[in-house]
Design a protein around this ligand. Structure first.
Ligand code: ZN
Length: 544
């Protein structure tokens, strides 16, 4: 130790003794940033440490007080935002070592304040979310509408990361969140131009969307397919190529997949989901037959994606990789995560920024979608009025999916795809349940009987039918009454004698038909008297 350094240490020590107030370095507010999403505006206060703070909300002001804290000289004392829900932020120094941050809201709206810990390049942060629950509700409603009125194949595209979470960053500063949004938008536009397809994004701007919300969006739309779009990164700059992943219920299929899964699963913590961290480990992986079926379907689709991507870019793994990505935990919707290219590879970073390359990738993915999910010709219309309500089966399915609070009232329970390349040879096709349909109606429409459908779908008569549920139909080879569609409809009716206490409603329920159907079949009106022993024609035996 030389003399000069010794002197510095002595000076430093005496400074501590002489000035107890500054014995410890003050914490610092480093920066204040903000993002706007449709359903919230987020303000982030970057701090030098995990600083304690107090929050006071009154009317249109949210006040956050920090002790032992300083403001940097260059941070303006007033930030005019004029964003939804917030006008400006005022910074004050009430005493030498205290900082007060005041958020001036436009209305007395709900504001959530929480901490995010230091992670990767992100410092400790205090996050203020100004929420617009009515916007969120309206958006959910609109998405549910799409599902109810569905005619087309629905594809939900999920641009990874966003807002607080830039994702991987290339050498030239290219952020994953930006390029994947551009590719996703292109893919959406290509699909929306095709007849029979509708595509939606989980985020259409630079803001963070937690995993649960991404999954909720896919469910609300009643997606036939969910694609999470990303760009890869690795410490070795030479790593390159596209890869395709499906959910793994166990580990990852390769070391690269393990590293990737770890990074992608951190997104909620980096991006700022207050529940993201706590649920990281406790979030149960959904283990049920639906999930396994869906993963198998996803794998088949993944092969098609690889085939099409191979024409426009380098492929890293020739096979669909498996990893426990939280964003793919959709038990009922085939889902893939596509790593379009390596943003950490200088050549591919350049490609990812390139409009032409983005377009090529989007076109390749779109081709794989139309191949895997052919658009259906419009289904024949049946006019039925009664809607079945959910019952026990609905509840048990929902219980198997404990991972979020999204609405579960309309679960798709079966997973056979309609006319997929892989099932071409199989004799089974499916019918997607529309509003007001009954099993009896579907059976007649397809020239079969309720009992055949019950058997084929492993269902009980009392099981509810949800809109969007896929019901397996007997193929031409297996159906005994083939090309007897019309005769089945006519001949396969049962005669039933009305018993005491019967109502049209009860009988309809027992034979899996709607009251309207029974009325039509018996040429009667809803309020006709049902006298005991009156003969009724029913689409199936109600004693089953
Ligand atoms: Zn990513």
């Amino acid at each position: 130790m030389n003399r000069i350094r010794k002197n510095i240490i002595v000076c430093a020590l005496s400074a501590i003794v002489l000035s107890p107030l500054h014995a410890f370095a003050l914490n610092k507010i480093i920066n204040i940033r903000h993002w706007t999403a449709p359903d919230h505006t987020r303000v982030v206060i970057d701090a030098s440490d995990d600083i304690p703070y107090t929050v006071e909300k009154s009317g249109k002001i949210v006040r956050i007080d920090f002790k032992n804290t300083q403001l940097p000289e260059d941070l303006p004392r007033e930030l005019v935002l004029k964003k939804p829900g917030i006008d400006k932020i005022i910074l004050e120094v009430p005493s030498q070592d205290a900082v007060r941050v005041q958020l001036m809201l436009t209305d007395p709206v709900a504001a959530k304040v929480f901490k995010l810990k230091k992670i990767q390049e992100k410092p400790d942060r205090i996050v203020i979310d100004i929420e617009f629950p009515e916007v969120e509700k309206q958006e959910s409603k609109e998405r549910e509408q799409v599902k109810v009125l569905r005619k087309d194949k629905i594809v939900v595209i999920d641009p990874g990361h966003g807002g607080e979470d830039p994702g991987a960053v290339g050498k030239r500063g290219t952020q994953e969140k930006r390029v994947v949004l551009e590719i996703s938008r292109k893919l959406r536009d290509i699909l929306n131009k095709k007849k029979g397809y509708r595509a939606f994004l989980t985020r259409n701007g630079d803001y963070y969307v937690p995993f649960k919300k991404r999954l909720k969006i896919a469910r609300e739309y009643g997606a036939d397919l969910f694609l999470s779009i990303h760009a890869d990164a690795f410490k070795l700059r030479g790593a390159r190529g596209s890869s395709v992943y499906c959910l793994s219920l166990r580990g990852a299929s390769s070391e690269a997949a393990r590293i990737l899964a770890r990074n992608e699963n951190l997104a909620d913590i980096i991006g700022g989901d207050p529940n993201g961290e706590s649920t990281e480990e406790s979030d149960p992986i959904i283990l049920n037959m639906f999930q396994t079926n869906t993963i198998n379907t996803s794998k088949i689709y993944g092969k098609s994606v690889l085939k099409h991507l191979d024409r426009v870019s380098q492929i890293k793994f020739g096979k669909v990789q498996e990893a426990p990505f939280r964003v793919l935990k959709l038990p009922e919707i085939p889902s893939l995560l596509i790593e379009t290219a390596y943003i950490s590879n200088p050549r591919e970073e350049k490609l990812l920024r390139n409009n032409q390359f983005q377009m090529k990738v989007a076109r390749a993915i779109a081709s794989s979608i139309t191949e895997f999910l052919p658009a259906q010709p419009p289904a024949p219309k049946i006019v039925l009025t009664r809607t079945e309500k959910g019952g026990d089966a609905e509840k048990s399915t929902a219980e198997a999916v404990k991972d979020d609070d999204s609405p579960r009232k309309e679960y798709v329970v079966s997973f056979s795809r309609e006319k997929s390349p892989s099932t071409k040879k199989s004799a089974v096709t499916t019918h997607t349940v529309r509003k007001g349909e009954t099993l009896g109606g579907i059976a007649r429409e397809h020239g079969t009987t309720i009992n055949v459908l019950l058997k084929l779908n492993d269902m009980k008569r009392k099981d509810p039918l949800y809109v969007g549920k896929k019901v397996k139909l007997p193929g031409k080879e297996t159906e005994k009454g083939r090309n007897a569609k019309s005769s089945v409809a006519k001949s396969k009716t049962y005669t039933y004698r009305v018993k005491k206490g019967d109502t049209l409603d009860k009988i309809a329920k027992r034979c899996g038909a709607s009251v309207t159907e029974l009325c039509r079949l018996n040429q009667m009106k809803r309020d006709d008297v049902l006298y005991v022993n009156r003969k009724l024609r029913l689409p199936s035996d109600p004693s089953m």
